[in-house]
Write a protein that binds this ligand. Structure first.
Ligand code: FE2
Ligand code: FE2
Length: 383
């Protein structure tokens, strides 16, 4: 039974393996294979209530306590002032509108299933249930991503050599704990539904944990996953008309904007001065693989299994979701946040630009990087 499940999962791992070979970087392929096996084939994120992920870094103590990164010190001071309490600063008394047919939570033009005859045949009650379920799937992935960010922030504190970065990281740990709290509370008390972690998200989190180099943790979590989160949170905030969710997303985005900024500040000077060309290429290719994981594989399979698995093949489902307005909105919002930061870090060389051009997201190379944007600007920008 166990072997059957793994063989079944191996068959579904095809798209991942094709993506992994796309960058033609064997070092990236070998670093991703372990996380891919654990995430997609063994499905460690779904197999039990808890799972252990091995972390590859050393904890670096500083006995001089030298504070020599003023830009990061300013971010730390700002972060201390901007703290909020998820239990009392969010109006949890607000109830979901009982008369809402679900379109207030997630408007219909975002539903990938909208063109399907089987969707049109549903009763209003079934449609309402599926609208809520899809939103619950999305917010569940936010929740799991926040847990990943919480752990990555703690690892970064240990692994980064600079005291100012360790101190800022202490505020991020509190921030991410708060984000876990708000999404979990919203899912369990308002939507009353929660989904397991998506396999691709597990692969990324596992891969970030296992990377021994501290800058790879910054790159994976602060630049890529947080970039995706910023894009997704701002898009969803514009899409939903649910006031409680809007207020949660607004508060979370104001924290996330600091985290991405912290990542860019930390990596910029390192990559300008102390990186070998071979290491830079590895990072460029690794980022590309993570981007593909995030772009191609967040396909709501857990929602599909529940509602559409008996109606169509997974391949057809993937095509449906990849071509849907919701996914194209998220993809654009995500790359709009990530690509300018990669430019700033020197990780978008002429060698890799054609890959981004093929995805139609190279236009964002001239957009503002995180260090030039406020949270308000991110929130008000149209996706
Ligand atoms: Fe967060
Ligand atoms: Fe964050």
């Amino acid at each position: 039974m166990e072997i059957n499940r793994k063989v079944h999962n191996l068959i579904h791992a095809g798209p991942f393996l094709r993506n992994a070979i796309e960058s033609r970087n064997l070092q990236v392929l070998s670093s991703m294979l372990g996380p891919a096996y654990r995430g997609i084939i063994a499905q460690n994120g779904k197999a039990a209530r808890q799972s252990a992920v091995e972390c590859g870094h050393d904890a670096l103590f500083s006995w001089s306590y030298e504070r020599d990164k003023p830009e990061m010190a300013r971010l730390y001071e700002h972060a201390k002032k901007m703290q909020w309490n998820a239990a009392t600063d969010i109006d949890w008394k607000l109830q979901l509108d009982p008369d809402d047919d679900g379109t207030g939570l997630l408007p219909d033009h975002y539903l990938p299933v909208l063109p399907l005859p089987s969707w049109r045949a549903l009763t209003p009650g079934q449609k309402r249930e599926q609208r809520r379920a899809l939103l619950a799937w999305l917010l569940s992935q936010f929740l799991h991503g926040e847990q990943g960010a919480l752990f990555a922030a703690a690892q970064i504190i240990e692994a980064v050599p600079w005291m100012d970065a360790k101190l800022f990281g202490s505020t991020q740990v509190v921030d991410e704990g708060r984000h876990v709290e708000v999404f979990h509370t919203y899912l369990t008390t308002k939507l009353e539904k929660m989904y397991e972690i998506n396999d691709s998200l597990y692969v990324i989190i596992d891969s970030v944990c296992g990377e021994p180099a501290w800058d790879m943790k910054f790159l994976g979590m602060q630049i890529m996953v947080e970039g995706l989160a910023l894009g997704a949170f701002t898009s969803l905030r514009q899409a939903t008309r649910e006031p409680l969710l809007q207020s949660i997303l607004k508060s979370v985005v104001s924290d996330e904007a600091r985290h991405v900024k912290y990542g860019v500040v930390a990596l910029r000077s390192l990559y300008e001065q102390q990186i070998q060309e071979r290491e830079r290429r590895y990072r460029e290719d690794w980022v590309w693989e993570v981007a593909l994981q995030m772009r191609n594989r967040f396909l709501a399979h857990e929602f599909y299994d529940e509602y559409y698995g008996h109606l169509m093949s997974r391949r057809r489902w993937d095509q449906l979701v990849l071509g849907s307005p919701l996914m194209s909105l998220f993809r654009r919002a995500m790359f709009k946040r990530i690509v300018p930061n990669l430019v700033k870090l020197g990780l978008l060389s002429d060698r890799v630009k054609p890959r981004y051009a093929a995805l139609g997201v190279l236009e964002f190379q001239d957009a503002k990087a995180a260090t030039e944007l406020t949270a308000e600007e991110m929130l008000s920008e149209a996706s």
